[in-house]
Design a binder for this molecule. Structure first.
Ligand code: ZN
Ligand code: ZN
Length: 409
């Protein structure tokens, strides 16, 4: 009974706080077929909020895997144009997008990494126009995660698959603030808390950030006019939405060419159906000049090699070591959850919303402003309990931002 009620509250939260559906709006839901019971509840809540039409695009991981194992080579060099056009159409009409992200972290372990890389690139190129809407909040979008058997058993390998799914549901309800009486109110409060940190960072207008832990040692400059963001975003009509549920991060963009030093990953990164773990990246003038990985070295190389911009950073996000997600002590093998339990950087494109008048910067002038462009944007986790972050202001003041993994103010 309680479980059913929590799922319903979670679906309502997704519709009202995640994509915040308004009367007359279209919603496109992309989801694994296993998550259908949740998506059906989302659909009902969306119509109750006045949605005009809810489309669902189902996927099946087994079909995905069988395709990778059986289709001819050239299949992976193209992405269906009609799918990309459909997304752009919905975005142009002011529709919203919900992604139910629930990947088997090891799905493509036995697939030729070149096939996976080719398809990642082909889809990134095909979806570039659509992503320009989400990267600049020109349409409402949100990501949530739902336990599937394959994902849950990766997270909890020592219990039965049913027990694993139950445990993952528990963790998700907890981290997404679904369990209390009024999750929607809880999210209003949470968004306000994040805003306080965000406002502090924006007021200080730091020139430089220095990250130091027992292993990581990196210095980055922030571009002039950078903006820290957090929690809720706003679409062009001023309607708020939460791109990620859960979210704990306050983030901006580093200057593309002013990142120097070495950074170590602190959680596994799942990319393209493969796990990359215990890796390091060395930066000079913003560019990766060396990388190592104990697991998934080849996959990491393919990710960095996507294009020129994937050799540079596009995001820096601060997340305290003590937060509802990291307090669970679970490695989720799911970036939505792991990135919100840890300070992280992203390889690839910067969000144009993270710099003043970002939308007016022309394509050829991004470098001049220090804004990174790329086909990809992949977060990776670098936070740890011994992470210290110091900010330097334009007048040379040093202010401690993180002390021993947590906010210092
Ligand atoms: Zn982030
Ligand atoms: Zn990101």
């Amino acid at each position: 009974m309680n479980f059913e009620r929590n799922i319903d509250k979670y679906a309502e939260l997704t519709v009202k706080v995640g994509v915040n559906i308004q009367p007359g709006q279209t919603l496109l839901v992309r989801s694994p077929i296993e998550c259908a019971p949740f998506v059906r509840k989302v659909l009902v809540h969306a119509y109750n909020c006045g949605a005009k039409n809810v489309h669902v695009e189902w996927s099946d991981e087994q079909c995905t895997l069988l395709k990778y194992l059986n289709a001819p080579e050239e299949t992976f060099n193209e992405f269906p144009k009609w799918t990309a056009e459909q997304y752009v159409d919905i975005a142009k009409e002011g529709g919203a997008f919900l992604t139910v992200y629930a990947q088997d972290p090891d799905l493509l372990k036995n697939v030729d990494p070149q096939r996976v890389a080719n398809f990642q690139k082909a889809s990134a190129i095909a979806l570039k126009e659509w992503r320009s809407y989400t990267l600049s909040d020109k349409c409402k979008w949100s990501i949530v995660s739902i336990p599937t058997e394959s994902w849950s058993t990766k997270v909890f390998p020592n219990v039965s698959s049913k027990e694993a799914v139950d445990q993952l549901w528990d963790a998700i309800f907890k981290c997404s603030r679904v369990e209390g009486q009024d999750p929607i109110k809880a999210w209003e409060n949470h968004n306000n808390d994040l805003k306080l940190r965000m406002n502090f960072l924006n007021e200080k207008n730091f020139k430089t950030l220095k990250f130091k832990s027992s292993k990581t040692n990196i210095t980055m400059e922030l571009p002039e006019g950078h903006i820290w963001l957090s929690g809720a975003s706003e679409d062009p009509t001023g309607v708020s939405f939460n791109p990620n549920i859960p979210t704990e991060e306050v983030f901006t963009m580093p200057h593309k060419f002013k990142v120097d030093g070495i950074v170590y990953s602190t959680k596994p990164l799942v990319y393209g159906g493969n796990v990359i773990d215990n890796f390091s990246l060395t930066f000079k003038d913003g560019k990766i000049i060396e990388f190592t990985a104990e697991e998934g070295y080849e996959t990491l190389g393919k990710l960095i090699g996507t294009d020129e911009g994937s050799h540079y950073l596009g995001e820096v996000a601060l997340v305290p070591f003590k937060s509802p997600i990291s307090d669970t002590n679970i490695v989720f093998f799911n970036t939505l959850y792991d990135e919100n339990a840890s300070c992280h950087f992203a390889l690839g494109a910067a969000y144009k919303t993270c710099i003043k008048n970002g939308d007016d910067i022309k394509d050829g002038e991004m470098d001049k402003h220090g804004v990174n462009e790329s086909l990809t944007h992949v977060d990776f986790m670098i936070g740890s309990r011994d992470m210290n972050i110091v900010g330097e202001t334009y007048d040379g003041n040093e202010i401690q931002i993180f002390k021993d993994g947590n906010w210092a103010f």
